[in-house]
Design a protein around this ligand. Structure first.
Ligand code: 3PG
Length: 219
């Protein structure tokens, strides 16, 4: 996102510390999913445009007044427009797409493009952004790679996503450059397909507890 713009959204994501990445096949699951996440203590979600249900799901989840809902896997300008029309408060992409970033800036919606290298971080900085998704985090070298990239880019905040789970999230969150971590583990496609909302809430609460325990153990 732009420095100075959308700071309330960045603050809210940073306060949540974990961004569930949702792949919902059926929009009917959106409302109970939002309730399950809120019950687990994580009232935020990135709803991905990997399925045709994305826009409808964003609208349905946004109807829950406790939820902060954004769009994920946004690859085209058309998807930016559809996401914003549906009520998405922020946009996430797996990579740095100049047209997507430009459209988000035009609309004034915070955008967190994915980066996997120093070059892509410089592209984000050139576009006026200071918060990026780091994707796919574990496959790229995990927290070691975040540390290495954060060293020269001192103004950049990262949202590492990809291979993150309850067992390793504290390592990421301990780094001051990490705003939050993202992932699918508490909203695994099988849980959504079977409507196992109790398990979504249980895994969400466990993730929130792990994040809280990690921050307590910091000096
Ligand atoms: C994403 O698009 O952010 C990833 O699919 C999330 O990765 P994960 O499934 O390993 O959490």
């Amino acid at each position: 996102m732009a420095a100075g713009a959308g700071t309330d959204i960045v603050t809210a994501i940073g306060a949540a510390r974990i961004l569930p990445v949702v792949v919902l096949e059926e929009p009917a699951g959106a409302e109970p999913l939002a309730a399950a996440l809120v019950a687990g203590g994580l009232p935020t979600a990135e709803v991905t445009f990997r399925t045709a249900a994305a826009a409808e799901a964003i609208a349905a989840m946004s109807a829950n007044p406790d939820m902060l809902v954004g769009a994920g896997t946004v690859l085209t300008v058309e998807q930016v427009d559809a996401a914003v029309r549906a009520g998405a408060r922020f946009v996430v992409s797996p990579g740095f797409g100049p047209a997507v970033v430009r459209r988000c800036r035009e609309l004034g919606v915070p955008v967190f493009p994915g980066v996997s290298s120093a070059t892509e971080i410089q592209l984000a900085l050139d576009a006026g952004l200071d918060t990026v998704k780091f994707f796919p985090a574990e496959q790229l070298g995990g927290i070691g790679m975040v540390r290495a990239l954060a060293a020269p880019f001192r103004s950049v905040r990262f949202i590492p996503t990809g291979g993150v789970h309850t067992g390793n999230l504290a390592d990421y969150l301990a780094h001051p450059a990490v705003l939050a971590v993202g992932g699918t583990w508490m909203v695994a496609p099988k849980l959504l397909a079977t409507g196992d909302w109790a398990e979504v809430t249980r895994l969400t609460a466990a993730a929130v507890a792990a994040a809280a325990a990690g921050s307590q153990s910091q000096p």
